[in-house]
Design a protein around this ligand. Structure first.
Ligand code: HEC
Ligand code: HEC
Length: 162
């Protein structure tokens, strides 16, 4: 009895190993989600890497997939024509991807004492158009009330201490 269950265990183990080997031999990007219109990203990018990259773009710009991709349905669930280049935002994004790559390859990698590299987030910080110093600063609360009391027009600055 003990011997028989040992044999069975061995058998199960061998089958298991074969199954794992078979799984490993499947190339990562061989699912039916092969990409058709990659012009700047690596053609060998895996599905998981591409989706993580896209989520990064959406987060960096504070948008969702439809900001750059043509949406073909909203119900019952959102669907997209991802290879389609009709949206100008997608074409701008290609330029931005190439620019970011060049900035890192040609410049930042030569001075990266802090191990950082430039990403979409470096400039975009959750906005489609990066904020500049000229953007009005006073933050408004959801209710519309200013964060700080508005400056009194005629208020004099406090006199410097004697
Ligand atoms: C800031 C713009 C932008 C956002 C946001 C964005 N993408 Fe993309 N996406 C692109 C660009 C640009 C390409 C093409 C890259 C290239 O040419 O190498 C692309 C390509 C793709 C592709 C490959 C299409 C093909 O077959 O060629 C898929 C799939 C994709 N995106 C999915 C998504 C998903 C899912 C989201 C939301 C999580 C998303 N994208 C958000 C810009 C964006
Ligand atoms: C060096 C700063 C910088 C970096 C890095 C950067 N961008 Fe931009 N991006 C800009 C500026 C500035 C604009 C606005 C240009 C203009 O005036 O139209 C812009 C505009 C865009 C737009 C058009 C915005 C819209 O919706 O009208 C998209 C899309 C975009 N960037 C995507 C990206 C993506 C994706 C990345 C990362 C791969 C990225 N950007 C990295 C500076 C940057």
């Amino acid at each position: 009895m003990a011997r028989r269950s040992l044999v069975l265990l061995l058998f199960v183990a061998i089958i298991g190993c074969a199954a794992i080997r078979q799984q490993k031999s499947i190339p990562a990007a061989s699912d039916d989600l092969q990409f058709h219109n990659l012009r700047v990203l690596s053609p060998t990018i895996t599905h998981d890497e591409l989706i993580a990259t896209m989520r990064g773009y959406a987060r960096a710009l504070g948008t969702r997939c439809e900001h750059c991709h043509v949406q073909t349905a909203t119900e019952p669930r959102p669907e997209f024509d991802f290879p389609n280049d009709a949206k100008p935002e997608k074409r701008v994004a290609r330029t931005m991807i190439a620019m970011t790559h060049a900035v890192n390859a040609d410049y930042v990698s030569k001075v990266n004492a802090h191990g950082q590299s430039v990403t979409c987030l470096t400039c975009h910080r959750g906005r489609t158009v990066p904020e500049t110093a000229a953007t009005p600063q006073p933050e408004r609360r959801p209710g519309g009330a200013p964060e700080a009391p508005p400056p009194t027009p005629n208020a004099q600055p406090a006199p410097p201490p004697p």
